[in-house]
Design a binder for this molecule. Structure first.
Ligand SMILES: [Zn+2]
Length: 283
């Protein structure tokens, strides 16, 4: 069942849980994520990140995502993750995505505001939800092991007053915040500032989004959810689970078929996604 982000996050708000967003970079991950959600009978968000467009172009993977969501037994939102170019955001809207993230967080505040507002107007007219980001996460979506030790993450945490004004002015449906998580793989356990979550949730009254969910402890997830996180973006560890399973099959020497490798990767990703959904949904 295809739903938009606003609708799916209402379920999370009512249950005081969070919905997992998983990047479906191709058919293996698409099957893994929706299969996991159906097995657990839980809603899920499948996403195409603009940085993953080199692996599978949105014009090919997008229609498949929408079709899979429509046929799913559970509510599924089809989301554009980190849309940084207007071109990609409009492509997602045309393809029937039910949610887009306009990520202009690297731009000055006024520019972020202007672009986000413009996309909200277009998206809402099509019943599509919009996520935006305020504050900065210290790595890019594809980043793994980048060293930003010279930057102090706290300097980029989302400010509650600024968030309140931004949400009011733009009319967005969900806000991605910076409170200590990072994209990619963590080299040390992240320190999360739950007061930032609590204060931004109170100031905006909106569902909040955690990016960089891979590697956060179960306790970290639970506390984040208790303070107002309603969407959790999770990808790196799922991808790693698929990678490890693929490597095992290849090294076993038992097959020369790529489909055996892909199938093993899909199953391993499905198990990893199930674990994540269970934590996020309190099941
Ligand atoms: Zn992200």
């Amino acid at each position: 069942m295809l739903v938009n982000l606003k609708e799916i996050l209402k379920i999370a708000e009512a249950d005081k849980t969070a919905i997992g967003m998983f990047n479906a970079t191709g058919f293996d991950s698409l099957q893994a994520v929706v299969g996991a959600a159906e097995e657990l009978n839980q809603p899920v968000i499948i996403a195409h990140a603009e940085v993953h467009n080199v692996y599978n172009d949105i014009s090919m993977v997008g229609p498949a995502m929408v079709a899979v969501a429509k046929n799913a037994k559970v509510p599924v939102c089809v989301h554009l993750d980190h849309g940084t170019s207007l071109d990609m955001v409009y492509k997602a809207l045309r393809l029937g995505f039910t949610s887009v993230m306009m990520d202009a967080s690297a731009l000055p505040y006024e520019e972020n505001l202007r672009l986000t507002k413009m996309i909200v107007e277009a998206a809402h007219a099509m019943d599509v939800s919009v996520e935006a980001e305020l504050g900065r996460l210290v790595t890019g979506e594809a980043g793994s092991g980048e060293n930003h030790a010279e930057m102090k993450a706290e300097d980029f945490y989302t400010d509650p007053q600024e968030a309140e004004a931004f949400c009011k002015e733009t009319g967005i449906d969900a806000l991605a915040i910076a409170f200590g998580t990072a994209h990619g793989f963590y080299t040390a356990q992240p320190k999360l500032d739950f007061d930032v979550v609590k204060n931004v949730a109170k100031a905006t009254g909106l569902p909040l989004v955690m990016h960089g969910g891979s590697g956060v402890s179960e306790e970290g997830f639970k506390k984040s959810i208790a303070n107002g996180i309603r969407k959790i973006n999770y990808y790196s560890y799922m991808s790693k689970a698929g990678y490890t399973a693929a490597k095992t099959v290849i090294e076993s020497g038992k097959t020369n078929y790529l489909h055996d490798v892909e199938y093993a990767a899909m199953q391993a990703m499905k198990e990893d996604v199930k674990k994540a959904i269970k934590v996020f949904s309190n099941k």
